[in-house]
Design a protein around this ligand. Structure first.
Ligand SMILES: NC(=O)c1ccc[n+]([C@@H]2O[C@H](COP(=O)([O-])OP(=O)(O)OC[C@H]3O[C@@H](n4cnc5c(N)ncnc54)[C@H](O)[C@@H]3O)[C@@H](O)[C@H]2O)c1
Ligand SMILES: O=C(O)C(=O)C[C@]1(C(=O)O)C=C[C@@H](O)C=C1
Length: 313
């Protein structure tokens, strides 16, 4: 049986997410032809050299023309402009989706450009790395990760089901969510943590004058994790914060309140407060591992194995 879900898939933007999608599509045979386009000539040249997709086009319009699925894999701040560029080439019945980290602002920017008879079903894979560009993608990126689909008013349930099968073919588990809820959840789980990591690395950089190279030399695992996150693409993250302003500011407000409370507990030597707080947060970490979501943790394999064992008992 053929695994093809969309005969022709167009990837607009050829970085980490599009590249990983191309590799994973080929792994599973989900498309017959993959076209692609990126704004930078250098990226298009590299994409051709490494045979990232079947055809690298010189415009977004050309790449999207007659595609069955068009995936917008560009920074969230330019999604609307790219949708306007591809609109004249979209065929009736085509599906347009995106992989942007923010949903309400992307829907607001893209939806007005989607022609009658074309399906728009926004999405967001909860998978990534700090790397970017056409060489950074890999087929396993989406394996066992969540992809959130955010159908808009009037989205065809049959097309949502088809896009769900596509993401499952890429290796993901799929959930459906509304845009506002998505943006609040992601502000907590991804956007605010990135800003905190950027800040912490900035603070360490300021301290460098005092500590010379010690910050780098003696950086333990915690700070190393921050530096990995803070190495993420500046354009992508600038756009994320400017596009998910309200939810991120709400979460950062709460974060600041809690930080002040912890600061006060240290100053007043309130060990019980600190101990209770850390006990609560440790339980959250354990919950993530028990749910089998932390593929980087050393005990991830064990958690999956014990869950599988529990299922068979
Ligand atoms: N990196 C992650 O961890 C991650 C995870 C999930 C979702 N996302 C989302 O995926 C999208 C792409 O991120 P990425 O990590 O692949 O970025 P990337 O920087 O690796 O790739 C972005 C690509 O978009 C192209 N581009 C930029 N502006 C363009 C324009 N106006 N027209 C055409 N092409 C243009 C760039 O040339 C590049 O090829 C973003 O919206 C991001 O929010 C990223
Ligand atoms: O692992 C990382 O490097 C990521 O930052 C990936 C991550 C995340 O915060 O989890 C980043 C942005 C996304 O939109 C989805 C995933």
């Amino acid at each position: 049986m053929s695994a093809v879900i969309y005969p022709k898939v167009a990837l607009i933007g050829l970085g980490l997410i599009a590249g990983s999608m191309a590799h994973a599509m080929r792994r599973a045979g989900l498309a017959e032809t993959i076209t692609g386009y990126a704004r930078s000539a250098e990226t298009r040249k590299i994409a051709r050299e490494i045979n990232l997709v079947d055809e690298v086009c010189d415009s977004a319009l050309e790449a999207a023309r007659d595609a069955d699925l068009v995936v917008l894999c560009v920074p969230v701040g330019v999604m609307g402009a790219v949708a306007a560029e591809i609109a004249p080439g979209l065929k009736p019945g085509a599906v347009v989706t995106d992989v942007g980290s923010v949903k309400a602002a992307v829907i607001e920017a893209v939806a007005p450009h989607i022609p009658e008879g074309v399906h728009f079903i926004p999405g967001h894979p909860l998978a990534g790395t700090e790397h970017s560009g056409p060489r950074s993608g890999f087929a396993e990126l989406f394996d066992n990760r969540w992809c959130l689909l955010v159908p808009v008013e009037g989205s065809d349930p049959g097309e949502v089901a088809r896009l769900t099968r596509y993401w499952e073919g890429l290796g993901s588990n799929v959930d459906v969510m509304d845009a506002e809820h998505h943006d609040l959840v992601l502000a907590v789980t991804s956007h605010a943590p990135h800003l905190i990591a950027y800040t912490m690395v900035g603070v360490a950089d300021d301290l460098r004058r005092v500590t010379d190279s010690e910050v780098i030399k003696y950086s333990a695992a915690g700070f190393r994790d921050f530096t990995r996150i803070a190495a993420s693409d500046p354009t992508m993250w600038r756009d994320v914060f400017l596009s998910n302003k309200a939810a991120t500011l709400e979460i950062l407000g709460r974060f600041t309140e809690e930080l002040f409370a912890l600061q006060r507990a240290i100053r007043t030597e309130d060990g019980d407060h600190l101990h209770d707080y850390f006990t609560r947060t440790r339980a959250i970490r354990r919950g993530i591992i028990d749910a089998g979501q932390d593929t980087d943790a050393p005990d991830f394999g064990r958690a999956v194995a014990s869950k599988a064992k529990a299922r068979t008992e």
